[in-house]
Design a protein around this ligand. Structure first.
Ligand code: PBG
Ligand code: ZN
Length: 319
């Protein structure tokens, strides 16, 4: 009889047989920066996650530095919002200033910045609007301006999350023309219109003021279309492609990893984090076990990069 249990007998052989292992460098840790001073606001639905003003960033950046993870994923929250999201590409916008500060103080830290307009627009949509329509082509130049101004501030990588068609090509061209030929693009390629972004919208003040994002983010029923989105972003010049959210979309991630010979990222989003934290706080699950299981599954499904609010905890558990 073939006995699978021979290789499961004790920890020594089990650890030798382990096919997937998490490593600190797998992770990008999201950080929310807002204008003002002396701010460390807890995000209620995301225990352990805060909005920081620039002068309070050191506390979290020191932790990130010690953890020696892959890098951070930065989200800026401006005070002033307008229909054009002008603070998204202002040279002294909150995100640009945060990038400059972090680059100066933590030159070894890898900074990825989310490129999208929803935190910056008064209507909360990810692009320009006309009436209730979110415009595609009219939005592209604004995304390009934002990406270029962040690269100028010192961002190491840009990550467009808006889901406008053609934005990867537009941003690649814009970066190249501005001399940033070496700045990679990590595209949120298969980004689904998901209920799992709820807590993030509280954290980033980015909930749409009317309607929803279904005319640009994907229907969660669609796996084939997700592969076409990913292919399109690769063809447009994306360096890394992303599937988002993670847990309910591991099939998409797995299929993408079998289909494309490309570095894949997955975003373990705010709602996924909130569910684990809430259940753990009630004593209903073992947080450490659940998080390790979830993140290992993401890597097993093909993720090279995992963007997760759990990153700093996981690194402590791995040590
Ligand atoms: C901006 C953006 C969102 C997230 C990342 N970038 C929100 C959205 O699309 O509504 C979600 C991240 C999370 O839920 O953790 N477009
Ligand atoms: Zn957006």
């Amino acid at each position: 009889m073939y006995r699978f249990r021979r290789l499961r007998r004790d920890e020594k052989i089990r650890s030798m047989m382990q096919e997937t292992r998490l490593h600190p460098k797998d992770f990008l840790y999201p950080i929310f920066v807002m204008e003002g001073e002396k701010i460390k606001n807890p995000v209620e639905s995301m225990p352990g996650i805060y909005q920081y003003s620039i002068d309070c960033l050191d506390e979290i950046l020191e932790q990130v530095k010690t953890a020696d993870i892959g890098g951070i994923m930065l989200f800026g929250i401006p005070t002033h919002k307008d229909p054009y999201g002008s603070q998204a590409y202002a040279p002294d916008g909150i995100t640009q200033r945060a990038v400059r500060y972090i680059k100066e103080q933590y030159p070894a830290l890898y900074i990825v910045v989310d490129v999208c307009l929803c935190e910056y627009t008064s209507h909360g949509h990810c692009g320009m609007i006309c009436g209730e329509e979110v415009l595609n082509d009219e939005t592209l130049p604004y995304l390009v301006k934002m990406a270029v101004s962040l690269a100028e501030a010192g961002a190491d990588m840009v990550a467009p999350s808006d889901m406008m068609d053609g934005r990867v090509e537009a941003i690649r061209t814009g970066l190249d023309q501005a001399g940033f030929t070496q700045t990679p693009i990590m595209a949120y390629s298969a980004k689904f219109a998901s209920g799992y972004y709820g807590p993030f919208r509280e954290a980033a003040h980015s909930a749409p003021g009317f309607g929803d994002r279904k005319s640009y983010q994907m229907d969660y029923a669609n796996g084939q279309e997700a592969l076409r989105e990913i292919r399109a972003d690769i063809d447009e010049g994306a360096d890394i492609v992303m599937v988002k959210p993670a847990l309910a979309y591991l099939d998409v991630l797995k299929e993408a990893s079998l289909t494309f010979n490309m570095p894949l990222a997955v975003y373990n989003v705010s709602g996924e984090y909130a569910m684990v934290k809430a259940a753990a706080a009630n004593g209903w699950i073992d947080e450490r076990r659940i998080v390790m299981e979830n993140l290992t599954a993401m890597k097993r499904a093909g993720a090279k990069i995992i963007i997760t609010y759990h990153a700093l905890d996981v690194v402590k558990w791995l040590a």
